[in-house]
Design a protein around this ligand. Structure first.
Ligand SMILES: Nc1ncnc2c1ncn2[C@@H]1O[C@H](COP(=O)(O)OP(=O)(O)OP(=O)(O)O)[C@@H](O)[C@H]1O
Length: 307
């Protein structure tokens, strides 16, 4: 379990992370979302002991990273895949890392196979594509068979095949009982990958809830209605408290669901030519939510995790 308790980090006059608390539970993928500059990388660096918080405490399985006797056995991290730039082969790079922690050649071979780099393991890692570098970075993170993983924007710059691969890997690592904490600024990607979401804006917590709950609460449902009697129906629906907008496609109705609209139309003897329900874009909801962290601080559920 990864835990941040009231962590704050300032750089000069800039507060990058502001009194942030959350828990990343084992056995699920927790998405860490926020627009660029929200403080995601800083938070991950604080969790990994690469920076010291000005206030608060970050722990992994109850212990601060710097106090872990064998950190790679507890938490694996992918921060900057390109940081792997090296003249060494992928195999030698991993072997060096492994030896610092007392892992053998067999473990190196295992993680190489796990990330699909078997055929290129003798090639110079410096010449790897971004996708291959990401795989190598993940192999390094997995070396110690850690209970927790911290991955900063692992899908950035990857092709669709690479994105799918990382998505499935994260899910399977969580299914094995690990705590998987993954940052992204892409809401749609996290919606299909994460079980739980922690959303920050301007260094502050904006939401901490299940992905399903986030989607349910954040996107407005609207119903498109086509009828030859547009004005009459619009009047009927407004009288029931719905917000009705006349668009080129028909009436866009918010505040009443499709069954209720059809009942009201039937009662009013009005024909319906189309009735379809849609949800607003998740990406739009996310941008709206994070555009002003303070304004939206209390607007979204913070169930489970925020302590
Ligand atoms: N070493 C530093 N010195 C000064 N300011 C910093 C430093 N590191 C981060 N910041 C500032 O802190 C804020 C949070 O940055 P951070 O990189 O954590 O955000 P992020 O959510 O990871 O964004 P991105 O997705 O763009 O990486 C930004 O305003 C950034 O400019």
């Amino acid at each position: 379990m990864i835990e941040a308790k009231n962590i704050t980090k300032r750089y000069g006059g800039k507060t990058a992370v502001n009194d942030l608390s959350f828990t990343v539970e084992a056995g699920r993928v927790t998405g860490f979302l926020g627009p660029n500059g929200a403080g995601k990388s800083t938070t991950m660096r604080l969790l990994l002991g690469l920076d010291r918080p000005d206030a608060g405490r970050a722990t992994i399985n109850g212990v601060a990273y710097r106090d872990l006797a064998q950190p790679m056995r507890v938490v694996g991290a992918l921060l900057e895949a390109r940081a792997v730039h090296t003249g060494r082969s992928a195999y030698d790079h991993l072997l060096c890392l492994a030896q610092t922690q007392g892992f053998g050649k067999r473990r190196v071979q295992e993680v190489i196979e796990q990330v699909g780099l078997g055929s290129v393991m003798r090639k110079r890692a410096g010449g790897f594509s971004l996708g291959m570098s990401q795989r190598l970075g993940i192999a390094a993170a997995l070396l110690g068979d850690p209970a927790a993983l911290i991955l900063d924007e692992p899908v950035n710059g990857l092709d669709p095949e690479g994105i799918l691969w990382i998505r499935n890997l994260m899910k399977s690592l969580a299914a094995e009982g690990r705590a998987v904490f993954v940052s992204s600024h892409l809401m749609n990607e996290m919606a299909v990958t994460a079980d739980h979401l922690i959303v920050i804006g301007r260094g502050q917590l904006v939401a901490d809830c299940s992905t399903a709950e986030f989607i349910e609460r954040s996107t407005k449902q609207s119903v498109l209605v086509r009828t030859p009697e547009q004005e009459k129906l619009a009047g009927l629906l407004r009288a029931q408290g719905a917000t009705v907008t006349e668009t080129e496609d028909g009436l866009a109705v918010v505040g009443l669901d499709a069954p209720r609209i059809s009942e009201l139309a039937a009662a009013g003897n009005l024909a319906l030519h189309e009735l379809s329900t849609s949800r607003g874009s998740l990406e739009e909801a996310f941008m709206e939510l994070t555009k002003d962290a303070v304004e939206y601080d209390a607007a979204v559920p913070t169930t489970g995790g925020a302590k």
